[in-house]
Design a protein. Structure first.
Length: 123
């Protein structure tokens, strides 16, 4: 997997996969072994911790799905994309952007998530 869009789509599939065995395979495909995820609420490092983090989010938001709402912007080993967390009724619960770094093998090394729009400029 060297294509940034494929990696991002596999990463989002990880968030949506409810079967722990299939989710673990997606994590292995998308992340290096010591990959690190951080957002304003969550933090995980390594495949096992990533799987546990996703299971916790799924328990808190049953039936919700993550979807990509932008293209994947990538240069060098960096990428960014926008996403939504969508409720079963189609309502967007939260939207955000993720910024990440790719390892030499093309898998995710790091993702930093941000919720909502950027803060307004203080004047």
């Amino acid at each position: 997997m060297g294509d940034a869009t494929t990696i991002v789509d596999t990463y989002l599939a990880m968030w949506n996969e409810t079967d722990p065995t299939r989710r673990a395979r997606l994590i292995e495909q998308a992340w290096v072994g010591d990959g690190r995820y951080v957002d304003p609420i969550l933090e995980a490092e390594g495949h096992g911790a990533l799987g546990e983090m996703v299971a916790g989010v799924q328990a808190k938001f049953p039936g919700h799905r993550f979807r990509r709402r932008s293209g994947v912007d990538a240069h060098h080993d960096q990428l960014r994309f926008a996403w939504d967390l969508v409720a079963p009724d189609g309502a967007v619960v939260v939207a955000g952007i993720d910024v990440g770094a790719l390892a030499a093998d093309g898998r995710l090394e790091r993702i930093t998530g941000f919720f909502g729009e950027a803060p307004a400029l203080a004047v």
